[in-house]
Design a protein around this ligand. Sequence first.
Ligand code: NAP
Ligand code: HSE
Length: 440
Amino acid sequence: MSPQRVKFPVRIALLGCGTVGGGVIQLIRDNAEYLASRVGAPLEVTKVLVRDITKDRVPECRPEWLTTDPDAVFGEETDLVVEVMGGEDPANEYLERAIREGKGVVTANKLLLALHGPALVEKSINAGVDLAFEASVGGGIPIIRTLREALTSDWVESVHAILNGTCNYILTKMREEGASFEDALAKAQELGYAEAEPSLDVDGHDAAQKLVVMSMLAFGAKVNIADVPVEGIRSIDELDFRFAERFDMTIKHLAIGYDRGERIELRVHPAMVSKGSVLANISDVLNGALIHGRALGPCLTVGPGAGAMPTAVSVVADIVDVARSKREGEPGLATRGIQMQSRPLVPIDEVDSRYYLRFDVADEPGALATIATALGDQGVSIEQMVQEGRARAAGGAVPVVIITHTGREGAVRRAIESFAEAGFMRGAAKLIRIEDVQGN
Ligand code: NAP
Ligand code: HSE
């Protein structure tokens, strides 16, 4: 079916009316006149697909829009489909149907894009329709547009990004207010930052999905998300923050990408960064993406990475673009510019980094020597070593912290494994990578 030309006004079907969908409806209402002047026609929400029609919605959502029947949101009476429901299925099925029917499509769904982004882009290109997804990465900040448009002339060498507002909020509250992980997470949920399933946030998967989506544009890469090394923030505790402070660093949850020639290096994990680095001071729910272009050098975008209105700003900006290009008879232009190919990933064992290593050990002679020897045997050079205090009780543990020079992760892990079962070890060793953020 050929792409539909938009008739006056632009009729929008929303799939979902939760945190983001509610924000979208409010923003379209609040800025109605201005948006109409940008598009050249009024934007009109006509259908809203939900699971439960009896739930309370934002007051701007008219009850007559609500439906639980997916068939009601497609067909001739809809120009644009805006997917803010989340999840893989049925979202994927609905987007494929919207594309087949020649609708413009806007989505905030990074999980779906991380799993099916390349296929959806290809289908959109073939159908000559726009698929826009600014809100899928970085909430309200323009990361996708920056990569797709502003930096399209340059070669992206690296990306260092804080992409999960919930993790950044929790780490900030732990560091600045001594909040517990559980209390900070509960507050992030209350504020509408967290995913419906918050383990997606705190275990790093949400940031990994966003990194995969960014990589489609930054590195032109199709990536199997299951191959991206991912760690969350559950293991970070107050003692790690104290040691970070002592070394003039702080802890951030980072999504990192490097162009390594044939391969790309992608990883998502907590990282120690210098307190003077631009990412160290991006706090609370803010997200930030430091993109390093070969010709441009560093480029930083910062702003609210989650929540109803910031995310709605990105969704509605996409709606304006897609609606305008349909009205002007040029749909699909933005999506046609996206080119991707499969690129192999650098395995985590081959990553070079500096490391913060923490060992909680029995306060007895020999432990330090064993650890230092094991690292030395693997060619890992120690930059600093600190043992803090004495054990309070017999058999108690003291933390030993080592900062290494740059070394290969596989070697560091082999060293740690060699004494993991030693009698002096009290619990598992902790490894936090130290990231020298380009563009300090
Ligand atoms: P949410 O508050 O849980 O809202 C989801 C909405 O989708 C609800 O209205 C729900 O209906 C509806 N829905 C879910 N499954 C459905 C199904 N099978 N059929 C019909 N309706 C269905 O989620 P959200 O926070 O707004 O997030 C929406 C999307 O935006 C997700 O992809 C998320 O990752 C992304 N996103 C969120 C944020 C954020 O800050 N929250 C930021 C950026 C991107 P009911 O209300 O009837 O249950
Ligand atoms: N749960 C996500 C976050 C929402 O905390 O960043 C924005 O994608």
